[in-house]
Design a protein around this ligand. Sequence first.
Ligand SMILES: Nc1nc2c(ncn2[C@@H]2O[C@H](COP(=O)(O)OP(=O)(O)OP(=O)(O)O)[C@@H](O)[C@H]2O)c(=O)[nH]1
Ligand SMILES: [Zn+2]
Length: 217
Amino acid sequence: MINGKLTVDVMDDKRASTCFDIAIHDDVFELTKEEKIRRISLHFKQIMLALGLNLHDDSLRDTPNRVARMYVEEIFSGLDPLNKPDITLFNNNYRYNGMLIEKNISLYSYCEHHFVPIAGKAHVAYIPNGKVIGLSKINRVVQYYSKRPQVQERLTRQIGDALKDILGTEDVAVMIDAIHYCVASRGIEDTNSSTITTHYSGKFLNSDERREFLSML
Ligand SMILES: Nc1nc2c(ncn2[C@@H]2O[C@H](COP(=O)(O)OP(=O)(O)OP(=O)(O)O)[C@@H](O)[C@H]2O)c(=O)[nH]1
Ligand SMILES: [Zn+2]
């Protein structure tokens, strides 16, 4: 518990431990999935009513429940440590010691300031130590940490740290290039800019490895 906020590391444990600065109320772990959906649905109904929407309208009637289910089961499913992907490691029998890059991984996340989408691509690289993982598991790690209210800096870091932990190596690089719809569709309404963040560690702190990674993107 730090400053009244529970810090949650969803990497190591199916339940909470420590590490990341995602702020979660303590009692959320006491709620079942159905209870979360019920509560969100009730509150979203109030939001819609405050906006003056007619909840008797056929098309709107089920929206509170639909939104609540989407939050809990889909777009914010990465808040539940139970949804952390199971990752199987394989021995590096091929003795592959080059760089492995998984690029153009589709990324959908949600700005934690405005709750609107962040959409972009993640590019991830690692240099195998003793172990390798199935390629799709890299995409799953990206997806898991994306499905939360996020800021891009934290998301980039969490993906990098999770992969370092899983792969048992510091030699990991992550780049995210994303459009923030809080910048594009409201506020400044800039539909041209995108945000690039990087996280390099281990051998990727060397300019040669970094250059090789960047040249492949
Ligand atoms: N660093 C960082 N900032 C973000 C991210 N997503 C959104 N933001 C910014 O968070 C800021 C929130 O600032 P506020 O001034 O409180 O919000 P606002 O009044 O709606 O700001 P405007 O978007 O400028 O209208 C905005 O500048 C957003 O562009 C992110 O992933 N990382
Ligand atoms: Zn925003």
